[in-house]
Design a binder for this molecule. Structure first.
Ligand SMILES: *Cc1c(COP(=O)(O)O)cnc(C)c1O
Length: 391
């Protein structure tokens, strides 16, 4: 029945399991372990001949409700939770890779994903090639040799460049590789990678799914076979489980995800158009603008432009810092997807570990700022940006 619900209904009711008390809101099972009536029950649970929980590193009812709601939203057979977005990314890669395998990724990645691929994987004899994600010919060249996994992020952080999920998935499958999409920036509300041909979707639930800056979490949406045989043994035995408390916060966050993302996206569109018309702003990058260099692709694979806007202020780092320091309402923070609008200078924070020349090559200039739009009245955000740019 829940599979026939429309997305907004899934977000509110999906996965709910009520205890005998009949509580309205989902129960928080803040427990590390579980008890058994009889020794034979413990034996049967461990033999997996009896349904039920044994230990929260292995499974917990509140975490399970979150996983089921998320699988329903994404349209995947299954979902598995982890303690953070990076715990999810680490698990989805390292549980599947062996020495001698080869990964192809998009170059524009979240800093820690870039680290796992370029620093950690080679230590274990895993070959990694990063390509310019917007260049289909570069993907095609990378797939001229056998590949095992693809890892890509679209829109990419922080320049909001897109990767054509459908085209890359087709090329990857022909080369024998499975495609993992980091869908944090688009959110499950605005982009559905599985429908476009991807195999696995990962989220930092810390971002829009919580949406109110309270806790960390990660989610992997995939098929039942991969979960049961590969991800579940890896996560259960290595231990980056999601706290039931955080799962409960994220579960409640999902109820309002659609409302928040749609409101934040509408505000982001208005702010992007305001910035584009501003005399002090030489460039705005936003997938919802006519001027986005991949506008047609944005319209094909995203329902709307999303909640993040990148823009340049002209000059260098000093000018960018001055604009940030004059902002009164918009807070300086490297986080994103929050109810509060947040601004960051990627070159000195999230992307500071990337060599300056490479940073410039992927479009991260010294005067670039990344703005995550929150739930404030957009007119107040526009007024704040205007005074900071004009001063
Ligand atoms: C934040 C983020 C991550 C990592 O998630 P954490 O919850 O911080 O561990 C991965 N990918 C993208 C695109 C992100 O924005």
């Amino acid at each position: 029945m829940s599979r026939s619900w429309r997305p907004q209904t899934r977000l509110v009711h999906g996965g709910t399991q009520r205890s005998p008390f009949g509580e309205t809101s989902e129960a928080l099972f803040l427990t590390s372990g579980f008890t058994y009536e009889r020794a034979e029950d413990a034996e049967a649970r461990f033999a997996e001949t009896q349904e039920g929980y044994t230990y929260s590193r292995v499974g917990n009812p509140t975490v399970r409700m979150l996983e089921e709601r998320m699988a329903l939203l994404e349209g995947s057979q299954e979902c598995i939770a982890a303690a953070s977005g990076m715990a999810a990314v680490h698990a989805v890669l390292m549980s599947q890779l062996r020495s001698g395998m080869r990964v192809v990724g998009s170059a524009l990645l979240f800093g820690s994903c870039h680290w796992i691929l370029t620093q950690l994987c080679p230590r274990f004899g895993i070959e990694v090639e990063l390509v310019d994600g917007k260049d289909l010919a570069a993907w095609e060249r990378a797939f001229s040799r056998k590949a095992d996994l693809v890892f890509l992020e679209t829109p990419g952080n922080p320049t909001l460049e897109l990767v054509d999920i459908a085209a890359v998935s087709e090329l990857a499958h022909r080369a024998g590789a499975k495609v993992i999409v980091d869908n944090v920036f688009a959110t499950p509300i605005l982009q559905q990678p599985l429908e476009l041909g991807a195999d696995i979707v990962v989220y930092s639930a810390t971002k829009h799914i919580d949406g109110q800056g309270r806790c960390l979490g990660g989610l992997i949406c995939c098929d039942a076979e991969l979960k049961k045989n590969v991800l579940q043994p890896y996560l259960r035995n290595t231990g980056p489980g999601l706290s039931p408390f955080n799962a409960w916060v994220l579960l409640k966050g999902l109820e309002t995800l659609g409302l928040r993302v749609r409101a934040q996206t509408e505000a982001a569109g208005r702010i992007a158009r305001f910035l584009e018309a501003h005399p002090k702003v030489p460039l705005v990058l936003y997938p919802g603008l006519e001027s986005h260099p991949q506008r047609a692709l944005a319209q094909r694979q995203m329902r709307a432009g999303g909640t993040l806007v990148a823009f340049r202020v002209g000059g260098g780092r000093q000018e960018a810092f001055a604009v940030m320091n004059r902002l009164e309402l918009i807070k300086i923070s490297n986080n994103l997807g929050d109810a509060k609008s947040l601004i960051t200078h990627p070159g000195s924070t999230t992307h500071s570990k990337i060599a300056a020349a490479e940073r410039l090559a992927i479009g991260i200039t010294e005067d670039m700022l990344r703005l995550s739009i929150g739930l404030e009245d957009p007119e107040d955000l526009i007024a704040d940006l205007d005074q900071a740019l004009r001063a």
